[in-house]
Design a binder for this molecule. Structure first.
Ligand SMILES: Cc1cc2nc3c(=O)[nH]c(=O)nc-3n(C[C@H](O)[C@H](O)[C@H](O)COP(=O)(O)O)c2cc1C
Length: 193
């Protein structure tokens, strides 16, 4: 298959599953932005201002925050989810962003957007549960989600130095491999569509 490299960078929206000021997830997002190739223009989108999903709020007009968020996802070429794990699943704030973008019925803004998931946790299991619960929703939302390489990053409390750079070269090398694979994944989805 011939893959034609687009000269304009692809706009990748990053959605993170933590609102905490000193969030390790946010540090991961910033570190991945630094690692990304020039073909990807990655931006973190705020989801902390989205009202909890309630279908009643769609009528007569949905909240402005929902409208802005949905438009932002619509314009994106791809979505990168980066999440911690809460109680062996994804944090409610992230599930809410998934739900807000998926509605109203028939207007799912995530449809066909190439996606990837990085999950991280201070424990050993790298938020595997959050990663796969999110993956389950992305199947329904019809997002072609990268399968390999996977990114379940454990011991997240030991990943970053005071400047937010990766302490271990091996972590940096693995995540570089991940983000380059995502770049290729996005290109492949473009050729298919
Ligand atoms: C409500 C709650 C539930 C949590 N559940 C899990 C869990 O199931 N698995 C896990 O590895 N860590 C769990 N943690 C710990 C988080 O992984 C940890 O606080 C992490 O640093 C949160 O991400 P952040 O640094 O980006 O905010 C939980 C934390 C909270 C606040």
């Amino acid at each position: 298959m011939n893959i034609i490299q687009n000269t304009a960078p692809i706009n990748v929206v990053i959605i993170t599953g933590s609102l905490r000021r000193d969030s390790l997830t946010l540090k991961m997002a910033k570190a991945l932005i630094d690692l990304a190739p020039p073909s990807l223009k990655m931006e973190i989108v705020n989801i902390g201002n989205l009202q909890m999903y309630n279908e009643d709020l769609e009528i007569p007009f949905p909240p402005e925050e929902w409208v802005i968020f949905r438009e932002r996802i619509k314009k994106a070429g791809a979505v990168l989810f980066i999440t911690p794990e809460y109680n062996r699943s994804l944090p409610a704030v992230l599930k809410n962003a998934v739900d807000v973008g998926s509605a109203p019925h028939g207007q799912n803004v995530y449809k066909n957007k190439p996606a990837a998931i990085v999950s991280l946790s201070p424990g050993a299991m790298g938020a595997f549960g959050a990663n796969h619960h999110l993956r389950q929703s992305l199947v329904f939302l019809d997002m072609p989600t990268m399968q390999q390489p996977e990114a379940y990053i454990g011991y997240s409390g030991q990943l970053f130095d005071d400047n937010g750079a990766f302490i271990q070269k091996s972590t940096k090398a693995y995540l570089l491999k991940f983000i380059l694979a995502f770049d290729r994944w996005i290109e492949i989805q473009k050729v298919k569509s």
